[in-house]
Design a protein. Structure first.
Length: 414
């Protein structure tokens, strides 16, 4: 029941499944997201792009609405059955920085938590729920935790943020070291006679014209750092293009590019979200690292956001890298939510996380473990890079291989 004033209104709970769940909810969902101040990565345009690209998960919406059909709360999820386990994640899982369970009131949070618990109880067992990047003290999660036997909240990613005050000068928001590094790199570029150009692109045409260059640079930097890139593997590449262009057509993209001698040396891709600039992707070309092109591009993007009098913050989004911290004055801590259908599933599925925590704790007390742990991490990362590189090579070879004509299909003349 949802109480409004002194009257009680019957709340209707429903479950929607299938690829058209967002279209069914349509404007009602947009209205709820606006009322709950959901961030860009948790709203309908972003999630629509995700559904078009990540087709290996079935979309699910747990819905709570009042007698007039107004959405009071919704949990946008996705599920799949793999290796005998039902996995449930937030819609947008993976490339999204923030997830939300939007509700209009505390009462709606209780109703949505009850509906979500009923949905989980109806799933084929065993099952696991994983919701990443949820705000701390989320009212739906707190109510859900009281209804589930096996649930755990753990610290998630942090997001550095530069919150703007009255002073709109760049120098007021960056560290002294950052300021000196920028000046040093600018002087180096000038001494070596390189042409230097900054552009801030926002129209769909402008963004589309450079998107291939941006993807090529992103791929090259990822391979240099990690040995592989998600852009050439699976759904990440198509999603990157879809989500950027979808939001560019809505006027919600700010793409800062830095060129040295006419070549794209770095970029900073932001989404305009009400008063916030949310930085989702930034990369520097390996060939231009010695000129600090990445730092210069970040500096230019932040300065551009400050020049927008309607902006209130520059959200560096998920990750506590040093370059973000040198330009941030606030940090937001997210939370990851895990739940399991039984104690056995919890023990088995949570074992890697517990082992990692045990190793880190032991390293603080035992010098031998402290010495071994970095070597083990390097071996683990090397193995992951090798597997990803082999997968990427197979994917590229498959794409480049000539396709055999299907049975009954005409063979083109030579």
């Amino acid at each position: 029941m949802l109480t409004v004033g002194t009257q009680s209104v019957r709340v209707h709970e429903s479950l929607l499944t299938g690829p058209d769940v967002l279209d069914i909810l349509s404007d009602r969902l947009d209205d709820l997201h606006a009322a709950a101040a959901s961030p860009v990565t948790a709203r309908r345009p972003w999630l629509s792009a995700w559904l078009r690209c990540y087709r290996n998960l079935e979309p699910v919406a747990v819905v709570v609405e009042d007698a007039d059909g107004t959405l009071e709360g919704v949990a946008l999820l996705a599920r799949r059955r793999t290796l005998g386990l039902t996995e449930v994640v937030a819609m947008g899982h993976g490339p999204s920085d923030e997830a939300r369970l939007p509700v209009r009131s505390r009462a709606a949070a209780e109703d949505l938590a009850r509906a979500l618990a009923d949905f989980l109880a109806s799933l084929p067992r065993p099952w696991r729920l994983l919701l990443r990047h949820i705000p701390q003290d989320d009212p739906v999660i707190r109510a859900l935790a009281r209804r589930l036997r096996h649930v755990q909240m753990v610290p998630g990613s942090v997001s550095p943020v530069t919150v703007f005050g009255r002073d709109r000068s760049l120098r007021a928001y960056v560290s002294r070291n950052h300021y000196q590094q920028v000046k040093r790199m600018q002087n180096r570029i000038a001494r070596e006679g390189l042409s230097f150009g900054i552009a801030h692109l926002s129209t769909a045409g402008e963004v589309a014209a450079v998107l291939h260059e941006v993807e090529t640079l992103c791929y090259a930097r990822d391979v240099q750092v990690r040995g592989w890139s998600a852009l050439r593997h699976g759904s990440a590449g198509p999603f990157f293009r879809h989500v950027v262009m979808d939001h560019a057509e809505r006027g919600e993209v700010e793409l800062t590019t830095l060129r040295l001698d006419g070549e794209l040396a770095a970029y900073v891709l932001c989404f305009r979200d009400a008063g916030a600039y949310r930085m989702w992707s930034c990369r520097v070309a390996p060939a231009w690292l010695r000129y600090g092109a990445g730092r210069l591009a970040n500096n230019a993007a932040l300065e551009h956001a400050l020049s927008d009098q309607g902006s209130t913050a520059f959200d560096w989004m998920r990750g506590d890298e040093g370059y973000k911290q040198s330009m941030a004055n606030h940090t937001e801590q997210a939370e990851d939510v895990l739940a399991w259908s039984s104690l056995t599933v919890r023990v088995v599925m949570n074992a890697p996380r517990r082992l990692k925590a045990l190793m880190v704790d032991s390293a603080e007390r035992y010098p031998v473990v402290d010495w071994v742990l970095p070597h083990a991490r390097r071996l683990h990362q090397a193995g992951r890079r090798l597997r990803r590189r082999l997968t990427s090579v197979r994917h590229e070879e498959s794409a480049a291989a000539p396709q055999r004509p299907r049975a009954g299909a005409e063979t083109p003349a030579r």
